[in-house]
Write a protein that binds this ligand. Structure first.
Ligand SMILES: Cc1cc2nc3c(=O)[nH]c(=O)nc-3n(C[C@H](O)[C@H](O)[C@H](O)COP(=O)(O)OP(=O)(O)OC[C@H]3O[C@@H](n4cnc5c(N)ncnc54)[C@H](O)[C@@H]3O)c2cc1C
Length: 311
């Protein structure tokens, strides 16, 4: 989609686009600020749709004309990359999936890296942002389970305030988030995590596919026993969910094949999948249990994540 008349080299300017509402014409705006302060000032003065990599934005737009002001955040170099503070990893809002794959991160992030490699194709991963995946709030967003098991929180900024929300409180439903007018997500913050992790995605084919179900697991092992477990599943409820029953069942167990048995017997009360073209409710409930077991075993290095756990 082109925005004619826009000089991408300038910080921001109005476009010559017109829209018709109630018989009147009014200008819609396109802006590409180069600093976060400029972006926040713009968000404070008008209503905007934020454009990052555009890989959800443009397909959702389809062939309809753009009727909203567009705030293009691709000039915000400060929001790209991963920084480390004494207690957090901070993933800037314009950080791409490829940036995640390439950045050296502790093994607890392996699930996020594996999810990154599963988002669309390499071309998609090169432009699409992790934050866009969260803000789009699709039940099938591959980034959400991997960030849930990292206890990630979302940094939201407006011209007036900065707030931090746990990821599970940020995504409210299908395409619904807690983002308020005038706010944008500036970063995803991950408290420095321990343990090892894995991500397993089930799709109708190997690549470029929307998940039927996907699971991330992060386990902390001490003296051969699971001392902590974080497990989350997506595409099996409106919003991806942590599985408290599975996590409780795993804690204290020795790291052996018994982990899969514990998963197969655990409650997964959080899951309420829908039936759609990709799978029935029953299929999803069966399949997700199997891929939870695979993800758990893969997280502790006992399988690759592709091997059958419920043999
Ligand atoms: C061919 C194809 C294959 C795909 N495959 C997958 C897949 O396998 N798995 C998967 O999970 N997704 C997939 N996607 C969806 C998409 O690529 C991801 O969700 C991606 O991470 C979105 O990031 P983006 O930067 O392109 O977001 P955009 O499209 O730019 O934005 C998405 C939404 O987030 C909002 N937004 C973006 N940044 C901010 C911000 N900083 N603050 C507030 N709001 C913001 C936008 O306004 C918009 O509503 C696919 C898409 C395509 C086109």
């Amino acid at each position: 989609m082109n925005f004619p008349g826009v000089d991408a080299g300038r910080a921001f300017r109005n476009t010559g686009f017109w829209k018709t509402s109630f018989g009147r014409q009014s200008v819609i705006r396109y802006a590409k600020p180069t600093s976060v302060d400029e972006a926040l000032a713009l968000l404070g003065e008008d209503a905007w749709r934020i454009l990052a990599g555009g890989t959800d934005f443009y397909p959702a737009q389809g062939s309809k004309p753009v009727r909203d002001n567009v705030l293009d955040i691709n000039g915000l170099a400060a929001l790209r990359g991963i920084a480390e503070t004494s207690d957090h990893f901070v993933i800037g809002a314009r950080t791409t999936w490829t940036d995640i794959v390439r950045h050296p991160l502790p093994p607890a992030f392996d699930a996020l890296k594996q999810a990154a490699r599963e988002v669309g194709s390499v071309q998609i991963q090169n432009v699409a942002s992790v934050t866009g995946n969260l803000c789009n709030a699709s039940p099938a967003a591959d980034g959400v389970p991997a960030l849930l098991v990292l206890d990630a929180e979302v940094e939201l900024r407006s011209v007036a305030a900065t707030r931090h929300l746990p990821l599970q409180d940020f995504i409210l439903g299908n395409r619904r988030t807690a983002l308020l007018p005038g706010e944008m997500v500036t970063a995803i913050r991950v408290p420095k995590p321990s343990g090892t992790s894995a991500f397993v995605k089930l799709g109708a084919r190997r690549y470029l596919v929307i998940s039927i179900a996907m699971v991330a697991a992060r386990l902390v092992v001490e003296d051969g026993l699971v001392s902590d477990a974080a497990v989350a599943a997506g595409s099996c409820s409106v919003v991806a969910r942590r599985l408290a029953g599975v996590e409780a069942a795993l804690r204290g167990l020795p790291v052996d094949g018994g982990l899969a048995d514990a998963v197969l017997a655990a409650t997964m009360a959080e899951l309420s999948p829908i039936a759609d073209v990709r799978g029935s409710v029953e299929y999803r409930l069966d399949a997700v249990r199997e891929i939870v077991a695979r993800a758990v075993l893969a997280a502790v290095g006992r399988t690759t994540g592709d091997e059958v756990a419920a043999a």
